[in-house]
Write a protein that binds this ligand. Structure first.
Ligand code: NAD
Ligand code: IPM
Ligand code: MN
Length: 351
């Protein structure tokens, strides 16, 4: 049995997550996976109703009762402080110590790539985004708020432990998956404290993995190179904020944000799976959100639960949908959200 906590969340999260559950339930029916879902009423609606973001007892249940968390998106214009997203999404990442934000960038259909002449083999990289520190911890403060002398400090936290474990995870992955290189991206030319730490740790860990080519790029050059020559990249490791930014860039290389999947992992513990995109308030409620990023994230969750073959099958089905233009509007198709899932199920022989 595998127990999955479901947080559909806000906006299109409410539309794509039920599609993901439909896919997972169909696979469960066919393969007897023993998946048990528990839907949690968390997100902007709940926060606006009674002020709840993420109760501490729910966090404790994540730790002790669940194998995985399946999340849609959090973000609602009625909650400008975004406090619920901070407590729920960043809360899970930090408190469950999900230190790896794993974000594959894989082109499944050459026609979807905005770059000229690129084939699926050219765009096949995976980003290890540090997920528990960096500029996301809230360390800092405001002084003389609202006055002309106001000071606002957002401190970047880099610990030796945090930097080392994400870099090690990237090299270990490269070794286990037959990837030939690891690129580390930082801004150590300007940020001489924290990013010097990244430099030193990277060199030490790289030396322990002589069979993997290790190279460094400043993150501005990484952004440029991902567009100029994406075939250079295999495994990329970087900090929390840079990883956020370059994976949205990467999402476009693979065909769009509606195709980008992610896992927030702590190996051996409960982990969280979610599409990279947000709640997309501009299209929410219309039934036109692309569910494929959610389906690919469900695939990553199945690998976490011990079924890598099913992730490969989902990828194959998504690829067929892209090749056959069985896609939503933003990709030039005509299908509604649920019709895309129907097509995926069809390719899996589950309709
Ligand atoms: P977004 O990813 O929600 O949307 C960016 C653009 O991509 C929009 O035009 C949207 O329509 C489109 N898009 C996104 N997902 C799509 C899909 N599945 N199918 C079709 N089109 C899609 O980013 P944003 O507009 O910057 O953020 C909206 C809200 O979501 C904000 O509150 C933000 O903080 C939040 N957000 C949450 C998460 C998360 O929960 N993991 C991630 C990113 C953004
Ligand atoms: C993501 C999102 C989040 C992040 C936001 C919603 C805090 O953009 O998961 O990519 O920056 O990590
Ligand atoms: Mn993001």
């Amino acid at each position: 049995m595998a127990k999955i906590a479901v947080i559909a969340g806000d906006g299109i999260g409410q539309e794509v997550i039920p599609e993901g559950i439909r896919l997972l339930s169909a696979l469960d029916g066919a393969h007897g996976l023993g998946l048990v879902f528990e839907e949690l009423d968390l997100g902007a609606e709940r926060y606006l109703r009674d002020g709840t973001t993420l109760p501490p007892e729910t966090m404790e249940r994540f730790r002790t009762e669940f194998d995985a968390i399946f999340l849609g998106a959090l973000g609602d214009r009625r909650v400008p402080s975004n406090v619920h997203a901070k407590d729920i999404l960043l809360g899970c990442r930090f408190q469950l110590d999900l230190f790896i934000n794993l974000r594959p960038i894989q082109l499944l259909d050459a026609r979807r790539c905005p770059l000229k002449g690129k084939e699926p083999a050219d765009i096949d990289m995976i980003v290890f985004r540090e997920n528990t520190e960096g500029l996301y911890t809230g360390v800092g403060g405001q002084f003389k708020r609202g006055t002309p002398e106001e000071v606002a400090i957002e401190a970047e936290l880099n610990t030796r432990l945090g930097v080392e474990r994400i870099i090690r995870a990237a090299f270990d992955y490269a070794e286990r998956h037959g990837r030939s290189s690891v690129c580390m991206a930082d801004k150590s030319n300007a940020m001489r404290h924290g990013h010097d730490l990244w430099q030193r740790v990277f060199r030490v860990v790289a030396e322990e993995h002589p069979s993997i080519e290790a190279f460094h790029l400043f993150v501005d050059v990484l952004a440029m190179e991902m567009v100029r020559a994406p075939e250079r990249f295999d495994v990329i490791v970087t900090n929390n904020l840079f990883g956020d930014i370059v994976t949205d860039l990467g999402a476009q290389l693979q065909g769009g944000i509606g195709l980008a999947a992610s896992g927030n992992l702590h190996p051996g513990r409960v982990s969280l799976f979610e599409p990279v995109h947000g709640s997309a308030p501009d299209i929410a409620g219309q039934g036109i959100a692309n569910p494929l990023a959610t389906h690919l994230s469900a695939g990553m969750m199945l690998t976490h639960l011990g079924h890598p073959q099913l992730e490969a099958e989902i990828q194959g089905a998504v690829q067929r949908c892209l090749q056959l233009d069985q896609v939503t509007r933003e990709l030039g198709g005509e299908l509604a959200t649920s019709a895309v899932t129907d097509a995926v199920l069809g390719h899996l022989g589950l309709s």
